[in-house]
Write a protein that binds this ligand. Sequence first.
Ligand SMILES: [Zn+2]
Length: 273
Amino acid sequence: MPELPEVETICRTLRKLVIGLSITEVQILWPAVVQNWQNSDFREVVTGRRIINIERRGKYLLFMLDRGWTLLSHLRMTGRWTYYAEKQEPERHTHLVFLLERGELHYSDVRKFGRIQLIPTDLCLCSAPLTKLGPEPLRTDFTAEILQKRLAAKKTNLKAALLDQNVIAGLGNIYTDEALFRAGIAPARKACSLSSEENIKLYEAIREVLKAGIACQGTSLRDYRNADGQEGGFQAFLQVYGRGQKPCLQCGRILEKARLAGRTTVFCSHCQR
Ligand SMILES: [Zn+2]
């Protein structure tokens, strides 16, 4: 599933490609991809709108349109936005096509979990699901104290707390495991059990892995591609994710694999306490 670095990469790439362009035609190839709107009404509102900005909040992409509308997109497992400069036939899993005044923007999704919502912009930022999201970990106003406060309120283990988008926005399975390994903290620890020293290590590790992920344009293991079709490069730097039963890169012992918060979790029981 795309996490903060992947969605941020898509957002930055799409900004360069489609900001300022008008949507000249909307083709809905799988009706259920549009949430809460009749397809015909959706087409009517979106056709002719200009894309004036693209933002990311957590794992959501926000396409801000003129006349006060925003398209809210969550990619879930396998959703993908791709820009084509030339005319492109939709593929088998393409569910939505925006013909633009220059090029085309396609939304495809093999697993079909992703959805597109159309919301008035002034409501979008101050209503669910965005208002429920926790803080953005890379913003300058997100501090170690804020992280500690939010974790202290959780009775779950750390893995579950960090995956909870209402605690902190944007982390998924990959970057959570990587951050906990870099911080030297065991994922099964109670979220509220961290000392302030451990909390600062975790805070720094979270920001470090997310920044490194963005610098590499994300992690491509199976499905993720950027909006220009490129793969990310952070998979070369993964230290624990996907490395269960392989030797720890720090101590050489075999990495353990466990199920936590319903997700496969890889960690080193020697390096992570
Ligand atoms: Zn180790």
